[in-house]
Design a protein. Structure first.
Length: 396
């Protein structure tokens, strides 16, 4: 029998070849051994999940309405869940109705929908420097040109932002104003107003990602940029249940001006039809039957103690000349090692001591800081944090 020559298959799309895997996800795979004390993952503490309450919510919706919750549903999302989210936003000072919201597969999908609805290849997206790594991946897949906005300890610098807007003519600015990933910093009110005014003067969309806002341990909450008059018609607010309920449910939401919201609904129809019906129904039931705020009080109390343990132990664990912040909430502390230290190279040594962190370099859209690293304090007790820092001290 004569074998016919086989032609090569067409190449992958350029975006699939050019956008790399997440180094954070790969580090998590390397540190999955139970003996590793990992400060790497941005994960909520599993022992603090309200597993009993969530299980009861699933049991109830499956017992009472199995035909509905196991069926296809609308793209916009479960009406009861949207009403519950709208109620929570309104109670926090941002008047919102159920029809203002689209339920998404985590806030990560919200980013993808925004990119699909707004961005053409070559469009400019401005981001904080550093910023959330998966956002860089998302914008990369959209073919956008990502430009970093200079930042300081309070976040984006408004004057630098305006200069870039005038020079680059961006379509979108992506921000995490509350307890930013990876730095843990929070954008002050004066800068939120300045950002809103820049967007209003120059015609710019803002994607305001807020997965950590309800994890505030101390200090006063700041209003969302989306709630400020100057930016109300051009800001998309993204939220998530991953950090406050359970990430495995993959539930988030998007609040956007009507025209863009409709485009995001159509993009979601093309992507997955709708978010899981049963998960949405269970979340709505949970919010109706349980006191989420009381649960969050317990979570915040535990996280506060863990943050304090990490910050208190850093002076003895890090080399002289290191610097770090003390976030008022969220999940992360941002560390800068002194000159001559390479956090990426040192991670290989750290793993041999059964301790891990995330090097800061992958989070930068512009020139990275070799000595920067992100440490998450949420998934270990204060005693475990102390042991992890003792191991880290041997690395440095």
């Amino acid at each position: 029998m004569t074998l016919t020559a086989r032609a090569d298959l067409p190449a992958l799309a350029a975006r699939a070849r050019e956008v790399g895997a997440s180094p954070v996800r790969e580090i998590l795979a390397l540190t999955a051994r139970p003996e590793v004390i990992s400060f790497a993952g941005g994960l909520p503490a599993p022992e603090l999940f309200d597993a009993e309450g969530i299980r009861a919510a699933y049991d109830r919706v499956l017992a009472e309405q199995p035909g509905r919750v196991l069926q296809y549903s609308t793209t916009e999302g479960d009406p009861a869940l949207r009403a519950a989210v709208a109620g929570r936003l309104t109670a926090r000072g941002f008047a919102t109705g159920p029809d203002d919201l689209l339920v998404t597969g985590g806030s990560q999908q919200g980013l993808t929908l925004i990119a699909t609805a707004l961005l053409e290849p070559g469009d400019v997206v401005l981001v904080e420097n550093p910023t959330y790594l998966a956002a860089l991946q998302c914008f990369g897949f959209a073919g956008a040109r990502v430009v970093a906005v200079p930042t300081d300890g309070d976040g984006v610098i408004p004057e630098a932002l305006e200069e870039l807007v005038l020079r680059e003519r961006p379509k979108l600015l992506y921000l995490i104003p509350n307890f930013q990933n990876p730095t843990g910093r929070t954008l002050p009110l004066a800068r939120r107003r300045a950002v809103a005014e820049v967007a209003g003067r120059h015609g710019l969309w803002i994607a305001e990602d807020d997965p950590y806002g309800e994890l505030r341990f101390e200090g006063a909450s700041e209003p969302w940029i989306a709630s400020l008059e100057a930016a109300a018609d051009r800001t998309i607010l993204l939220g998530s249940f991953s950090k406050i309920m359970a990430p495995g449910m993959r539930l988030g939401w998007l609040r956007a001006p009507a025209g863009l919201a409709r485009a995001c609904v159509i993009a979601k129809q093309a992507a997955d039809l709708h978010t899981s019906t049963v998960d949405q129904a269970a979340a709505a039931r949970y919010l109706a039957d349980r006191d989420l705020d009381a649960h969050l009080d317990r979570v915040r109390s535990a996280y506060r103690a863990r943050r304090d343990a990490l910050v208190a132990g850093l002076p003895a664990a890090l080399p002289p000349g290191s610097a770090w912040n003390r976030p008022e909430g969220g999940m992360f502390v941002w560390v800068r090692l002194p000159g001559g230290h390479d956090a990426t190279a040192l991670l290989r040594t750290a793993i041999t001591y059964d301790v891990a962190y995330v090097p800061g370099a992958p989070f930068f859209a512009a020139a990275p800081e070799p000595g920067a690293l992100r440490m998450s304090f949420t998934t270990h007790t204060p005693a475990e944090i102390a042991e992890g820092l003792a191991r880290l001290a041997k690395v440095f």
